[in-house]
Ligand binder design. Structure first.
Ligand code: IMP
Ligand code: MG
Length: 177
């Protein structure tokens, strides 16, 4: 697996710093509220696991899975694979995403969850590729902006692989083709 890597873009130490900062800010902003972290599987699982431990106030967690299917590495339409277990009524919901790219996946989830009338609804993404946005969407919390390159690791996959890399990397060109 390590032979496939061209370059490490964000190290484990850098990721840890980003998450401590996000967790600290969320702990301040949501103090005294009814925080529910909603992780969008599978990509955000590693981020969720670290972010929840960087949060120092009470929170609950839940998971949903969607599939974005389109050609290759770009997002097409969105389908719910696994829905939430918790009724959102009365919760301050924070959606936890790995990466915000075109924005299509998150804008779909956002509209869906809005319709369930949570007390509040915000977005926390570890990475953002603002240059690739196709819909008007901004995250409320962003770990770091990344260049318009396909990245893997720390939950992010290429054809379901590389999620277990502890850092974020770019693969050698022949792997993508
Ligand atoms: P969007 O709907 O285009 O914003 O796509 C968001 C989803 O596409 C993310 O949750 C990822 O699963 C996937 N994605 C977007 N960019 C990358 C990348 O660079 N590497 C791996 N997955 C990505
Ligand atoms: Mg993915």
């Amino acid at each position: 697996m390590l032979d496939d890597i061209k370059e490490i873009l964000i190290t484990e130490e850098e990721i840890e710093k980003l998450i401590i900062k996000l967790g600290g800010q969320i702990s301040i902003d949501y103090a005294g509220r009814n925080l529910l972290l909603v992780s969008v599987l599978k990509g955000s699982i590693v981020f969720m696991a670290d972010l929840m431990r960087a949060i120092t106030i009470h929170c609950k967690i839940d998971f949903m899975a969607v599939s974005s299917y389109g050609a290759g590495t770009t997002s097409g339409s969105v389908k719910i694979i696994k829905d939430l277990d918790i009724d959102l009524d009365g919760y301050d919901v924070l959606i936890v995403e790995d990466i915000l790219d075109s924005g299509k996946t998150l804008s779909y989830i956002l509209e869906l969850l809005k319709g369930r009338h949570p007390k509040s609804l915000k977005i926390c993404t570890l990475f953002d590729k603002p240059d690739r946005r196709q819909v008007d969407l901004k995250a409320d919390y962003t770990g770091a902006e990344v260049p318009d390159e396909f990245i893997v690791g720390y939950g992010l996959d290429c054809d379901e692989r590389y999620r277990n890399l502890p850092f974020v990397a770019v693969l050698k060109p022949h792997i993508y083709s």
